[in-house]
Design a protein around this ligand. Structure first.
Ligand code: PXP
Length: 240
């Protein structure tokens, strides 16, 4: 199973002091050594962590899949068309949020999202929609022509007790529907070294996109080891 490593929070530490270190490019290169299959960067409109210069540098130095996470805005679509990442994941963005809080609102945002999909996929770059684990959102994603979806696992990650089983069930149903419709289906958000196991065990998933927990644990064990451990955990869980 594919593991995309999000290195945004390396830039969060750097931006806390407006310093030059730590460098997300070095983190990305070490993540590759640890077995990452892809690198994700979220270029937020407020540039709170990843900067345009990080994207340019990493695009030119990394040969594994580069996934650009971005809002479906005019500015970001133009950047994607210029930089040409290997894939784009469209996410909702709110300025005050600490992190992406949920999947895209495919009904309210339909026009903007559809335009972004058409322009980016028209240029040859596949688009993934970050969506809530709902069958209705899978149907809309397919209808809009996206090649891929990423199912939001944050609610599952945060759920407690019986709610956890219910959330896992919603994730599984959404994945199955996506696969039945011929979409490539990924999952991500809020996954860590414990809760990743049940998600990685879901059959048919193309990959997982993980950031915070890998970067947090790399403070203790180094990013190369943190990626390697996560990759092993995913492999063991997905082969059961
Ligand atoms: N997938 C998407 C679409 C995201 O927005 C994020 C967070 O940037 C992630 C995955 C990774 O989430 P986390 O940092 O919680 O692992």
């Amino acid at each position: 199973m594919f593991l995309g490593v999000n290195v945004d929070h390396v830039a969060t530490v750097r931006e806390a002091r407006r310093e030059v270190e730590p460098d997300p490019l070095i983190a990305a290169l070490l993540a590759v050594r640890g077995g990452a299959d892809g690198i994700t960067l979220h270029l937020r409109e407020d540039r709170r962590h990843i900067q345009d210069s990080d994207l340019i540098k990493i695009r030119s130095k990394i040969s594994i899949e580069l996934n650009l996470e971005m809002a479906a805005t005019h500015e970001m679509v133009n950047i994607a068309l210029k930089i040409r990442p290997d894939m784009v994941t469209l996410v909702p963005e709110k300025r005050a949020e600490l992190t992406t809080e949920g999947g895209l609102d495919l009904i309210k945002g339909r026009k903007k999202i559809k335009k972004a999909i058409d322009m980016i996929q028209g240029s040859g770059t596949p688009v993934s929609l970050f969506i809530n684990p709902a069958v209705s959102d899978i149907l809309i994603s397919k209808d809009m022509g996206a090649q891929m979806v990423e199912i939001h696992t944050g609610l599952y990650a945060n759920a407690r007790g019986g709610q956890k089983t219910a959330e896992l069930d919603r994730v599984k149903k959404a994945i199955k529907k996506g696969l039945d419709l011929g979409l490539q289906v990924n999952a991500g958000h809020g996954l860590n070294f414990t809760n990743v196991k049940k998600i990685a065990a879901i059959k048919g998933l193309r990959g997982l996109y993980i950031g915070h927990s890998i970067i947090a644990n790399s403070i203790y064990m180094g990013i190369e080891n943190a990626v390697r451990e996560m990759k092993q955990l995913i492999e063991i869980s997905s082969s059961k």
